[in-house]
Each structure stands twice: as C-alpha cells, then as structure tokens.
Design a protein around this ligand. Sequence first.
Ligand code: NAP
Ligand code: HSE
Length: 414
Amino acid sequence: MACIAMLGCGTVGSGVAKLIYKNRDRFKKNLNEELILSKVLVKDINKHKEKNKDYILTNDVEEIFNENVDIVIEAMGGINPSYEYVKRALLLKKHVVTANKDLIAEHGAELLDIANKNGVELRFEASVGGGIPILKSLSECLVGNKIKSIKAILNGTTNFILSKMSKENMNYNDALKLAQELGFAEANPESDVMGYDAARKLSILSTIAFEKRVNWRNIKISGITNIDTEDFKYAQREGCEIKLLAMSELQNDELYAAVSPVMVRKNSTLGRIENEYNAILVDGDAVGDVVFTGKGAGMFPTASAVFSDIADIIQSKRESTLIFNYDKADVNTLWKRESKWLLRIKTEERIKAMETLTEYFSNCSIISKELYNLDGEVAAFVKSQSEAVLDRFIDDIKERINTEEIKKILILED
Ligand code: NAP
Ligand code: HSE
C-alpha cells in the first residue's frame, strides 16, 4: 500500500486527486499496489465543502507529516510555506512530488541534496511544460547527447493570451481573464505575463540540459505586457506570429539565456503552437533536433505529469537521474547571431530617425506611414550582426533625437 498526502487542492491538486482515484484499480491489478490518498491540506476548508471527496481535507499541516504517509505531493505553489513543508517531508524520509517551479528554481539544489541524503526521491516533472514529459526525456532518453540549444514556449498563459490576441483580436485583459478562469495562470499572474515563470522553467531545463547551475535571476527577462496590436500587424506583414520564447544555448563556456517576445514564422514548429500548448525544441549533438509538445498548463495535463512521478516512485523504477549540484553557469544575455529585428522608435523627429536608421543599416526596410498607424513613430525591419550592435545603435539614436521609447523584437528564422 502506498499512502499519499497532498498539500493544496486547487487546479493541480484536484486533478491529481481525480487521477489517483481513476487509476486505483488499474494500479492494483497491474502492480499489486494500493494507492491511498489520505489527507489533503487546504487553506480554507469551507471553500471545498461542496466537492464529492474520497479523501480527508484538513487545514492542520501536522496531519500531512503523519508517520503512515509515504509520499507527499506539493501542489500549493509559491515559496512560503512550500519550502518549509517540502524540506520537512524529505527530512522525515517521505518522497516528495511537486509541480512548483518557483520552489525548484530557487531551492532545487538544496532540496535534491536533502532528498539524496535521506534516501528518498524529490520529483518535479510537472514543474516544466505541464503534461509534456520533458525532464525525464532530457535526463534519461537524451543522456547520450551534448545539448547545444533549447528554444521553447514554456508558459501556457502567455501563449494563450498571444494566440487570442493574434487570431481572435481579443484584447489583452479579456484574454488574461479567460486564462485565469481556465486555471492556467499563476495565483499572481504577474509571474506569467512578466516572463518570470518561463525564466524559472528555463533555468530548470537548462541546468539539466547543460549540466551547469543556471540561476533564473541571471536570465534576461522581458514579458508580454508591452506587446500591442501594432506589433501583431508588423508580425503579420512578415508572415510571423509573436511568441514568448525561452531560449538557451551553449556558446563556448558561456550560456546564452533569455526570455522575450520573438517573431517566429507562422508555419514554423513554434509558430504553430497555440493557446495553452507548450513546445520545447532541443538540439542534441547526436540526435539533432527533437520537438516535445503538449498542453503546458491546466488541471489534467499537469496531474498527468505528477501522477507519472508518483508511479515511478511506487514502482521504484530507478533512482532519480535529476542532478542540480553542478558548477554555476556564466550567463550571457545578448543574442550573438546575425538576425533581423523589428525596431519601433517613438519620436516626433521621424525624418532624423529614418536618416539614422539608413545610415546604420544598409539592409533596412522602413515601414510605410500610410499603411500603418505610425503617428509619432518610425518602425523598421533591420538586419544586425548581433544584439550588441543593435544596442549600440539604440544608444546612439537616443543621443541624436528625442525619443520616448525604442522597442526591439527579434525575428527568428529557423
Ligand atoms: P491553486 O489553484 O491556486 O491551488 C493552490 C492550493 O493550495 C489551494 O487548494 C489552496 O487552498 C492551497 N494553499 C495555498 N496556500 C496554502 C497554505 N499556506 N496552506 C494550505 N493550503 C494552501 O494553484 P494551482 O494552479 O493548482 O498551482 C499549484 C502549483 O502547481 C503551483 O506551484 C503552480 O505553479 C503549479 N503548476 C500549475 C499548473 C496549472 O496549470 N495551474 C501547471 C503546472 C504547475 P484553498 O483551496 O483553500 O485556497
Ligand atoms: N501558469 C503556468 C503557465 C502554469 O501558464 O504555464 C503551468 O506551469
């Protein structure tokens, strides 16, 4: 018999409870193991009164640490008190499964170390890519590869918002509200829309892929709050979609890592990923390009990943191959490859801005004022040798003309 207790019963927790119930007979038949979900911790029991439950709700965390409990599932979110509870469970020699990327990005190395020292497992497949089995794939199936790069859509909420804005002309606020109602967004959706959630996931993925500890705070992060309807029109003109991309790439001893809105071709692998779906493109030196895609957020996709961790622990399939105690990575945040960029220069001095643009970039295509709403703005597509060169231009033009804001968006060709 495997006795499971759970911290939290919101979108993820209630999905996990349902999956455990649904799979109980099959588990018993195939593995001769009984799965028991005993206690579930919530903050406000009254909120859950109407639910038809086959487990006991509690708001006393001591009941979770009962000596009969073998596995603790953490589905509360945030760092406090999740960190304290997970640490305590591991020290009490209970296996832990969590969907919490904030916790793993911040304390993963320490918690994995505690788990190892206490002879128990800490699993977190659901923390990256929702239902996509990406951590196991990286740490097991692709173990014979030196990973060269990762390009990914890692946040379901922002991909949902960008899809609705692009395809259905929905406004940003309505799309965010819908994503919250569907259970995709974090308790504080700032984490999604500002790009922090994707950066934490990228740090977990990159640490495993590149065997260097990547601190999410060293990743350059831009969210989607600055994306407006004009950006979608320019993307459309180029045959592109706008996606919040999380990218990391090993460049000699440095690791490039950034999260930002990027234009990708409509018919490319990432351009076709819509709504809450995520996709992860991994380039390995032996395997070449591999694509993982599926639902990156939501009740059952996430519960599916949590359940696979529970099943692995119960079947004692193997010792965890997830390692975090690598040397710290030196993170570079500037895109080094020659690429095309959209530049939007907010200024009343349009002529001067256009002159400076053509002076700097021989390959510069300035967008016609007649076709777009370009009052007080110059928009252009430019080809730059690197992001550093582009930034030098931006600094220079700021010296030459009065400008409120200069926005740049990378166009990814491959
Ligand atoms: P949620 O719907 O807000 O649920 C959180 C649950 O935790 C609620 O049941 C809440 O109790 C309980 N809780 C929170 N703080 C607590 C405390 N201090 N003491 C006791 N109970 C507490 O969150 P969620 O969407 O399920 O997300 C949970 C975790 O999974 C987060 O780490 C999130 O990032 C991660 N995740 C979510 C998704 C997704 O699609 N939603 C996907 C992958 C990973 P009450 O019900 O009483 O309020
Ligand atoms: N808020 C997260 C997202 C949940 O939208 O991707 C899945 O981690």
